[in-house]
Design a binder for this molecule. Structure first.
Ligand code: IMP
Ligand code: MG
Length: 177
């Protein structure tokens, strides 16, 4: 069962707030936004539309082995960037920071390519679940533990198309409610 967590208006407000902060920090400098596929495709498309800086968008995809609701250690790149990021301002756009493993891997890898700056913009942060210390520079919402879907975020590839963000609740919790 899905329970609404953030409405379209909540999300729009958060995206605009993040965009404003990024615009202020980067003045009118060039930015390359890196959309971490697939979960952040919708977030990236809304975010970049609110930012007037001269920008480029590129895509990267990583997979973590282990199915289910958590990422499990081993991470590999399944689709690399096409842009050269050396000397560029880079903002990684991510849907959720959970254990921190994915972003730690991605930032370590991208830093080796010598960008001028490297920032993390995450819509959601499950800070309490962090296994590796890593902070988002721009975070939309900090949320509790719980599995979320919608607005690009999936469960087994489902629900990405929902315009709002929902928490997945097990049927058991419905029965006892
Ligand atoms: P981390 O490596 O543990 O930080 O995991 C981050 C990735 O796990 C996110 O980019 C998501 O793809 C996925 N993830 C973490 N929490 C959720 C969730 O609640 N719903 C869907 N995907 C999630
Ligand atoms: Mg993801």
């Amino acid at each position: 069962m899905l329970k609404i967590l953030f409405s379209r208006e909540d999300i729009e407000g958060a995206v605009k707030g993040l965009a404003l902060r990024i615009e202020q920090d980067f003045d009118n400098e060039k930015i390359i936004f890196i959309c971490l596929l697939k979960g952040s495709f919708m977030f990236t498309s809304d975010l970049v539309r609110c930012i007037a800086n001269p920008s480029r968008v590129d895509f990267i995809r990583v997979s973590s082995y282990g199915a289910g609701m958590t990422s499990k250690g081993t991470i590999t790149i399944t689709k690399d960037l096409e842009e050269d990021i050396a000397g560029e301002n880079v903002v990684i756009v991510e849907d959720i920071i959970d254990s921190g493993l994915t972003l730690t891997y991605v930032t370590d890898m991208l830093r080796k390519r010598n960008p001028k700056s490297l920032k993390i913009c995450a819509l959601l942060d499950k800070r309490a679940r962090r296994e590796i210390e890593i902070e988002g520079d721009y975070v939309g919402f900090t949320i509790d533990d719980g599995f979320v879907v919608g607005y690009g975020i999936d469960f087994a590839e489902q629900y990405r198309n929902l315009p709002e963000i929902y928490v997945v609740e097990s049927d058991d919790s419905c029965k006892t409610a």
